[in-house]
Design a protein around this ligand. Structure first.
Ligand SMILES: *Cc1c(COP(=O)(O)O)cnc(C)c1O
Length: 463
């Protein structure tokens, strides 16, 4: 091939994107975290009508980057604590760019062997670092919501089958499936249950930190019989608390129930021996959902559905058609999530795990837990403020003497821009909620966070 090295539009537009991406990344740690323009204002910065004529790709990338700048939230800042948002490791981000460039529709192994194999390897490594049963099925979904859904659909079908029903005939033809969870069940599990036809879970109680009431679970299970699915939680979004897996799973097993664990960010506690007291029994469940875009710090989006019985997963989620290539006796990526076409989102997971190694993953989790403990200690020392939860993992809920003061503090912080934390309500009180999820949240970031909260407390007369 003796083609001239042409004026390559891919090279020029990727160069432009590269330049804008580095400009953004260079600014993230020190720019005000909050965006300056709201979504309505951002709409006004974009052309309203679709132009009749197209534009040069470099001009499109420049226009997009320039328009979006003021409306971007510095979610990758080490002092961003909103929701549960991880940062991004360099290897994972770069791998994500490759995924886009390769543009492999990673549904089945035969046409896309490279990305299918990388995802399989990433899945095996995940089971290893999270100390879950080797041989479990691992599917890469958009987030923990769809991972919870994937697991609950598999659970529903398995318990229906175990009671003589036929999942293909639908729930209308099956014995009723009981679906139970603790009172602090995450909204995504409720949504997944509804989509799966199980309805919202019946809640069986919880303690002050949000851990499922195991005696309440036993009583609720004893009230009926037939198929049952129990959803447990590793990591409450407010307290960070973990259910007592050993006790709850024993109770569920006695009733023949399937046990699912929503561990969107908390499943990662299993990567460190220091948190064995939180994760004891966790590996005895039947299915687990987690996010790689939270604790593992890969770019959005990446959730992970894990089911001990890989064949059950394929039976519920697999798609089959004469035109879809399948290799005998091996599960394809589309046998593990309710999606046929998708990007190879497991590849950045492989890159993050490869860059960290086992020790690095352990250090990541230990570092987040240590930062949360240091943050809680510093916040308590400010005076006039109270940490409401037992800080066992990465979540810290802060309150002033009254709800109005707490609400004002949350707004002051977000507006001042050094720190971003969500406001929420927990145990009947307004709280400012810190979720430590970014690998860059070090001692210095924690110190600056505590200083900012102290300034806010002074400005508002809270201490
Ligand atoms: C974030 C979260 C979810 C939902 O995960 P998405 O990735 O946002 O879909 C579910 N459960 C818990 C505990 C979470 O923190």
């Amino acid at each position: 091939m003796d083609e001239e090295p042409q004026d390559d539009p891919y090279r020029a537009s990727l160069d432009a994107a590269h330049r804008h991406a580095l400009g953004w990344l260079d600014s993230v740690a020190e720019r005000p975290i909050r965006p300056d323009v709201d979504a309505g204002g951002m709409r006004a910065r974009l052309p309203r009508d679709l132009p009749e004529d197209g534009a040069d790709p470099v001009a499109v990338v420049d226009e997009l980057a320039e328009a979006c700048g003021p409306g971007l939230m510095a979610m990758g800042s080490p002092r961003f604590y909103g929701f549960v948002i991880g940062g991004t490791y360099p290897a994972a981000l770069a791998a994500d760019w490759l995924v886009s460039a390769w543009d492999q529709n990673t549904g089945s192994r035969q046409p896309t062997p490279a990305t299918a194999a990388v995802e399989e390897a990433a899945g095996e490594w995940l089971l290893d670092v999270l100390r879950l049963p080797a041989g479990s099925g691992v599917g890469f979904a958009t987030g923990a919501t769809v991972a919870n859904l994937s697991c609950l659909v598999t659970a529903r079908d398995a318990v229906v089958r175990a009671h003589g029903g036929d999942p293909v005939a639908g729930l209308q033809a099956a014995p009723p499936v009981r679906f139970l969870a603790g009172d602090a069940v995450h909204t995504s599990v409720v949504l997944a249950g509804r989509i799966a036809g199980l309805g919202a879970p019946r809640t069986v109680g919880a303690d002050g930190e949000g851990r499922i009431d195991v005696a309440g679970l036993r009583r609720a299970l004893a009230e009926g019989d037939g198929p049952a699915v129990v959803a447990l939680q590793a990591g409450d979004v407010h307290s960070g608390a973990f259910d007592d897996f050993a006790a709850a799973i024993a109770v569920a097993r006695d009733a023949g129930a399937w046990v699912h664990v929503d561990g969107a960010f908390g499943l990662w506690a299993a990567a460190t021996r220091r948190l064995d007291h939180l994760t004891a029994g966790l590996a005895d469940a039947d299915s687990w959902a987690t996010d790689a875009h939270k604790t593992l710090n890969v770019p959005y989006d990446c959730g992970v559905a894990i089911v001990r019985d890989e064949a059950a997963m394929a039976a519920s989620l697999g798609a089959h058609a004469s035109y879809l290539p399948a290799v005998a006796n091996v599960w394809d990526p589309y046998d593990r999530v309710p999606e046929l076409s998708r990007r190879a989102r497991g590849v950045p997971v492989w890159a993050a795990l490869r860059a960290l190694g086992r020790r690095g993953v352990e250090g990541l989790v230990d570092g987040l837990v240590e930062a949360a403990a240091g943050l809680a200690e510093g916040l308590r020392a400010i005076g006039g403020l109270e940490v409401l939860n037992d800080v066992v993992f990465t979540q810290v809920c802060l309150a002033a003497r009254d709800d109005a003061g707490t609400a004002a503090l949350g707004e002051w912080l977000r507006d001042e821009g050094t720190v971003w934390a969500s406001s929420s309500a927990w145990r009947g009180r307004t709280v400012v909620r810190f979720a430590v999820s970014n690998h860059g949240t070090d001692h210095e970031a924690v110190r600056r966070t505590i200083d900012a909260v102290a300034r806010g407390a002074d400005a508002l007369g809270l201490r």
